[in-house]
Design a protein around this ligand. Structure first.
Ligand SMILES: [Mg+2]
Length: 223
């Protein structure tokens, strides 16, 4: 089946926002008198929905208070967000094939909009959904609204929650290793495909003429 739709995650898939996110998380931990996390600890611990992560690392703290602290620390650090290598090339490639594109991200609307001056990926994303805290709970809404055919729709993300969301919607799934989650954790969520980065996926899609089954045949061994 030839793909006609792509749903993108944002952080770790199209941009690297790890420095401000870790910075803001450690700011919260300092406020609570707790030990800061190293990069490795953060990658092992962080998960979506955010609420599950904060219930573990900051139990009992009001979500509103967490959000206020997160913003306080994130905004001064947001100039450190960078487009990931190959992301813009991939988006251009996708748009040149008349693929319908969606963004499905838990990122705060305000943070997303303020980035667009520097990283104007919105021009490639037909239907941006931001502020989606629980993607699994909202994927059906997207599928129904745009009448997405699951076999023609690929979800690309860097976290277990992204892959679980794809499975929940019966969508095709591709995990990228450019983000927050380590290979062994991503593997356990059983995506159709795992790639090092979007350039690998681009080559596979091109070689397979966008037929997902053919992509999976060609990629055996990439996983
Ligand atoms: Mg992500």
């Amino acid at each position: 089946m030839v793909l006609k739709n792509i749903i993108f995650d944002w952080s770790g898939t199209l941009v690297n926002d790890m420095p401000p996110v870790i910075g803001a998380t450690n700011y919260i931990l300092r406020k609570l008198g707790k030990e800061e996390m190293t990069l490795d600890e953060f990658r092992a611990e962080f998960c979506l929905p955010f609420s599950q992560f904060y219930e573990r690392v900051a139990p009992g703290v009001e979500p509103g208070q967490l959000e206020t602290w997160f913003h306080e620390a994130y905004i001064p650090l947001q100039d450190n967000v960078e487009a990931l290598d190959h992301a813009e090339d991939f988006l251009q490639f996708v748009k040149s094939k008349q693929i319908r594109t969606f963004l499905f991200s838990s990122m705060h609307q305000q943070h997303y909009e303020s980035l667009q001056e520097r990283i104007a990926f919105n021009q490639y994303l037909d239907h941006p959904y931001v502020g989606v805290w629980d993607k699994k709970a909202r994927i059906a809404e997207l599928i129904n609204k745009y009448r997405l055919v699951p076999e023609e729709t690929l979800f690309i993300g860097d976290m277990v929650h992204d892959i679980e969301t794809a499975h929940h919607g019966n969508l095709r799934s591709c995990a990228v290793l450019t983000g927050y989650t380590r290979l062994e954790d991503l593997r356990s969520s059983e995506p159709d495909l795992i790639v090092e980065d979007l350039s690998v996926l681009q080559e596979l899609l091109e070689a397979a003429n966008w037929d997902w089954e053919a992509v999976l045949e060609k990629s055996s061994g990439v996983k």
